[in-house]
Ligand binder design. Structure first.
Ligand code: AP5
Ligand code: MG
Length: 189
């Protein structure tokens, strides 16, 4: 099993690059943001709680996300490997992921961190907000809060993987194919 964490601030291209990684390496993709948005769409009580957090640009609780990740991994134990997109987002989630994967005798092989300046993130997200219907892309104050949450709470996850010798920083500006080229060089599978 080969598992990859794709990491970076909101709008850095995690989802976009994941699509290309799935195609090239046949890995199984898990975007916690997508799973949470599907829960919102289902109209459940849990979905309503999640909605109020996402619409403010705040994180959902570690426990809730971890439960979703565990269910997904256990359902896909025969996968060639996973792409974790938007997870882990806290150091506690990163530690939990290591423990959970060790239970099935595997681990995170590499963490790809997309580096994109804040101004570019705001441009990308506001422009997607005009067409995507994602509430959290439509208001600059919410986007700024997502960027702040990333810096304050999520960035320490990078250090966690740096210490493990698994973090690879990737310059995240350029065409989608240029960035993908940089990622495949780092992955070297
Ligand atoms: P999530 O869905 O993960 O959103 P995000 O991290 O804010 O990032 P995005 O998905 O918006 O951006 P992306 O990096 O995938 O970029 P994309 O490829 O789409 O999380 C949403 C919310 O869910 C969180 O705020 C939180 O509340 C909750 N949540 C999720 N996971 C959680 C967790 N683990 N713990 C707790 N809460 C959690 O690209 C963005 C745009 O840019 C697109 O329009 C794209 O076309 C464009 N673009 C991509 N690449 C380029 C390029 N090279 N040049 C120009 N434009 C580009
Ligand atoms: Mg995404």
């Amino acid at each position: 099993m080969y598992s990859l964490v794709i990491f970076g601030p909101p709008g850095s291209g995690k989802g976009t690059q994941s699509e290309k990684l799935i195609e090239k390496y046949g890995l199984t993709h898990l975007s916690t943001g997508d799973v949470l948005r599907a829960e919102i769409k289902s109209g459940s009580e849990l979905g309503n709680q999640i909605k109020s957090l996402i619409e403010k640009g705040e994180l959902v609780s570690d426990e809730m996300v971890q439960e979703m990740v565990k269910a997904f991994v256990m359902k896909n134990k025969d996968a060639k490997g996973f792409i974790f997109d938007g997870f882990p987002r806290t150091v506690a989630q990163a530690q939990w992921l290591d423990n959970m994967l060790s239970e099935i005798s595997t681990s995170v092989n590499i963490m790809i961190s997309l580096d994109v300046p804040d101004d570019e993130l705001r441009i990308r997200l506001l422009s997607r907000g005009k067409v995507s219907g994602r509430q959290d892309d439509q208001d600059e104050a919410i986007i700024n809060n997502r960027i702040d949450v990333y810096k304050n709470t999520t960035l320490p996850v990078m250090e966690y993987y740096q210490k493990a010798g698994k973090a690879k920083g990737i310059h995240g500006l350029g065409t989608i194919d240029e960035i993908f080229g940089r990622i495949t060089e780092a992955v070297a599978l």
